[in-house]
Design a binder for this molecule. Structure first.
Ligand code: BJW
Ligand code: ZN
Length: 302
């Protein structure tokens, strides 16, 4: 009933108002409304293959051509994507003066994201994106009103535009589409076929993306199963301190991200879940907001 709904929202906003150290744990659902497929809730198939089976070092070793074609497809999706209202609300919270309006006691704010699409980073950095700062009432030159929490975004599963060497330490961002001619050609020829699920194009190793420093085979700069996520030490201390945790658009099935909300609660913090579907975190959560986060977040933080 509408009454219960608004009461829950009010209770949540009260809890949010008193929080000092806020952390957002985000997953693919945050970018779903931007048109980027998720991994598990039916969005996770590519050419009849399971996305999570392609996101492994073993898959890349066995068939780098196939895995690169999968990432080519994902990169194209991400390049076409624009931030949605949920990215904008989170970016707004990263601006100290903005966060103070809804959480006057706030001392820190962090976004720990499993997403590799960079949409949160771009939203915060690009002063021209139709401003997360839409409600900043003053001129843009007022530095204080624009000041963001430093290093507030932690991209724990890497970045999809990073091209990383498999042999040396070299890694660089490259937003070109396609990354190399062979990936563009494979994409184009693939679309000509109707037996989309069965045909496989084998790009020779030499024609796949190569390291610009040493020439060895390059790989996407993302974190695959069994690999160590980025910024773990820093994330651990953020989670340890947090007294308010928003879990947005993640199935909470992948470690270690899936453990963070529980750890915040163990130290007495509150957890609010924002998800389209029920997930395992719901039962323990203090607040559950069911629906697309691109609508539930803006209605809580207008
Ligand atoms: C909406 C919405 C809307 C939709 N609004 N909501 C047994 C065997 C092997 C490994 C393990 C094992 N047991 C544990 C492990 C560890 C493993 C793991 O957790 N495996 C489990 C699956 C079993 N974890 C790891 O290996 C991690 N590394 C690690 O633990 O290292 C330890 C270490 C420490 C020190 C040294 C060395 C090692 C690494 C995990 C890497 C995950 N990589 C991927 C691919 C990234 C690259 C890429 O993008 O291609 O990360 S897999 C994929 O899952 C991706 C995601 O970030 C991640 C999480 O998925 P996410 O974001 O939750 O998406 P979905 O699709 O699952 O959920 C979307 C949700 O949104 C749904 O709930 C929807 O309802 C919702 N939604 N629309 C709101 N509009
Ligand atoms: Zn190299």
């Amino acid at each position: 009933p509408p009454f219960a709904e608004s009461e829950r929202s009010a209770t949540f906003r009260d809890a949010f108002r008193t929080s000092k150290h806020i952390v957002v744990i985000a997953g693919a659902g945050l970018s779903a409304a931007s048109g980027i497929p998720t991994f598990r809730d039916g969005g996770g198939m590519w050419r009849s293959l399971d996305s999570t089976a392609l996101a492994t070092p073993e898959a890349f070793e066995a068939n780098p051509s196939l895995v690169w074609q999968f990432y080519h497809y994902r990169r194209t999706k991400v390049l076409a994507a624009k931030a949605n209202p949920a990215h904008k609300i989170i970016a707004k919270m990263s601006i100290r003066a903005q966060l103070k309006k809804v959480a006057p006691a706030a001392k820190t704010f962090h976004l720990v994201t499993q997403n590799v699409d960079r949409l949160s980073v771009d939203t915060l950095n690009d002063p021209l994106t139709d401003k997360p700062s839409a409600t900043i009432e003053s001129n843009a030159s007022d530095k204080k009103l624009r000041a963001v929490f430093p290093n507030s975004i932690l991209e724990m599963h890497g970045r999809i535009f990073d091209v990383r060497c498999t042999a040396c330490e070299h890694c660089e961002e490259d937003r070109n589409d396609p990354l190399c001619p062979a990936l563009g050609a494979a994409d184009a020829s693939f679309n000509d076929y109707t037996d989309a699920g069965t045909k496989e194009i084998n790009i020779p190793l030499e024609q796949l993306p190569r390291c610009r420093a040493c020439g060895a085979l390059a790989r996407p700069g993302v974190v695959w199963f069994g690999e160590k996520p980025y910024h773990l030490d820093e994330i651990n201390s953020i989670v340890y301190k947090a007294d308010m945790c928003l879990v947005i658009g993640t199935s909470s099935t992948v470690r270690p991200a899936s453990t963070y909300a529980y750890r915040v609660q163990r130290h007495g913090g509150k957890v609010a879940v924002f998800n389209l579907d029920p997930s395992e975190t719901d039962e323990r959560a203090d607040f559950v907001f069911r629906g697309g986060c691109e609508t539930t977040l803006p209605s809580l933080f207008p």
